[in-house]
Design a protein around this ligand. Structure first.
Ligand code: UDP
Length: 250
């Protein structure tokens, strides 16, 4: 197992590792037959975690929490650390698919609106011939009454990896609540990722992603839904981080 450097921002711990180390960690979980919940945290997630103690505690109880986005990178710099890699789910999925088709790991897609998972499956299987996406289920089933039925049908298909896309923190809480009943090794909470890989939503151009401006593009596409998250959330995150760092130094 690689050497892990952990960093804490706003009292949430995450792994500061490279993409290769993250993939090795995920693969090791599968080959050793363990079961892990995997979360990705961005500035919005950390803003939520300040108010939502259950979410904060469950993140801190997980051994694989990965940093997602420019905001976390800036927070690291403010603490005198360097974020080794932006390990958001959307960038991690292609190498995970590559790994999975090589090793025969099976993937299940759980979440997003009806039809999105089917389109994503078709796209991924065309891009990665031989990859086994063994099934998909949209995310708008009745979570109160139908979860056990959904889990049974997922288990029957024996995936190694389940991608759960209900948005944060709903997906993390769902995984936490049901992980014992699920047989897959990896349960990844991936937010809006299915909407990109299905082709339903366009991802920001590479230059914007590389400049830490992906959020600007997302805001441009969905201003009504996302203005609060970014226009209010980003400065709020910086303010909270600066205040938190000052408190740590006292
Ligand atoms: N979603 C779902 N079930 C729900 C609520 C949301 O499957 O009950 C899906 C929604 O269709 C979308 C994803 O969860 O695909 C959330 O996307 P968002 O961009 O809000 O997530 P983030 O990446 O910001 O966590």
């Amino acid at each position: 197992m690689p050497d892990h450097q952990e960093i804490s921002v706003l009292d949430v711990r995450f792994l500061n590792i490279s993409m290769d180390q993250a993939l090795a960690l995920l693969e090791n979980t599968i080959t050793s037959g363990r079961k892990e919940a995997v979360s990705f945290i961005n500035a919005d997630c950390l803003n939520i975690s300040v108010r939502d103690r259950e979410y904060r505690e469950l993140l801190n109880s997980q051994s694989i929490v990965l940093p997602d986005g420019a905001g976390i990178g800036i927070a690291c710099r403010l603490m005198g650390e360097k974020m080794v890699a932006n390990l958001n789910g959307t960038d991690l999925l292609p190498p995970l698919c590559e790994l999975s088709r090589g090793k025969g790991y099976k993937i299940f897609l759980l979440g997003a609106a009806e039809g999105v998972g089917q389109r994503m499956k078709a796209n991924l299987e065309a891009t990665y011939p031989g990859l086994e996406i063994v099934g998909e289920q949209h995310g708008y089933f009745n979570h109160e009454t139908d979860t056990d039925k959904v889990i049974d049908s997922i288990n029957t298909l024996e995936p190694n990896i389940v991608l759960v896309a209900f948005g944060a923190p709903r997906q993390e809480k769902w995984i936490r609540q049901h992980i014992e009943k699920m047989n897959a090794n990896l349960l990844l909470g991936v937010g809006g990722l299915f909407d990109f890989y299905s082709g339903d939503k366009k991802r920001a151009p590479l230059w914007m992603r590389n400049s830490g401006l992906e959020w600007v593009y997302r805001l441009y596409l969905e201003p009504g839904r996302l203005w609060r998250r970014y226009i209010i959330g980003n400065p709020m995150f910086m303010y909270r981080t600066l205040r938190w760092i000052r408190k740590q130094k006292r």
